[in-house]
Write a protein that binds this ligand. Sequence first.
Ligand SMILES: NC(=O)c1ccc[n+]([C@@H]2O[C@H](COP(=O)([O-])OP(=O)(O)OC[C@H]3O[C@@H](n4cnc5c(N)ncnc54)[C@H](OP(=O)(O)O)[C@@H]3O)[C@@H](O)[C@H]2O)c1
Length: 244
Amino acid sequence: MDLGLKGKRALVTGGSRGLGRAIATTLKAEGAQVAICARDEKRVRETALEIGALEYVRDLTPGGAGEALARDVISTIGGIDILVVNTGGPPQGSFESVSDDAWNTALNGIFLSAVGLIRAALPGMRERKWGRILIVTSVAALEPHPGLILSNAIRPGLHGLVNALSREVAADGITVNALLPGYTLTERIVELGVGDEQVAEQVPAKRMGKPSEFAALAAFLASEPAGYICGQAIACDGGLLRSI
Ligand SMILES: NC(=O)c1ccc[n+]([C@@H]2O[C@H](COP(=O)([O-])OP(=O)(O)OC[C@H]3O[C@@H](n4cnc5c(N)ncnc54)[C@H](OP(=O)(O)O)[C@@H]3O)[C@@H](O)[C@H]2O)c1
């Protein structure tokens, strides 16, 4: 199938490792021009060099950082046709262990950065009558996961944004969708100490997902043939989610 991605311009945030890196790699392999961003300068540069992407060393947490990044990318490559919003997950914790600072950081990093990125990318997509906006969230946004109060509370708001925004922009050829990773073997999952035993117990597929499997879903949703998929929250989770 021709995904129609040749020559499309993509920004993948959090693209230096894990799911973001896999998405950036796949989009590039499909012929898109790709820009990535993350905080760790060395890793951003190494990944950008390996993939053949443009590099932006940025922290998306400070107010206005998302919008500023998207504007800079647009001024360098002329526009963003595909925006993949992805950052690191917030720290673990229960309600009573989380401070106001942590709530603010998570809100800025996960939610408001997405708003800023979209605000800057959207006008050009509307003018060109084509755009794809993908937001990486989590299965925890549909079925809250113990000990992840920040993710459980904030990410469902992104699903509301995806659905509502999708209805506002669909007539201009722009789709907005959320992608929900289940257990997928990235550095983050290793750092969280998630083991194969736990996964085999919970996941019907009895294994973790591969970043390349998640990236294939993202590439399809970013593609020309996916133009009628609007406002959805789609999981790639080996059957983990139970909700119908
Ligand atoms: N992997 C899974 O099984 C899984 C499951 C459910 C949900 N998720 C969610 O999916 C997203 C991606 O997961 P992952 O496993 O790929 O995570 P990861 O391996 O930790 O990668 C996160 C990427 O985002 C960048 N990043 C983090 N904070 C940032 C910030 N403030 N500003 C800019 N870039 C930032 C990281 O680079 P720097 O650290 O250098 O900035 C890195 O490139 C996360 O939100 C995670 O919670 C993952």
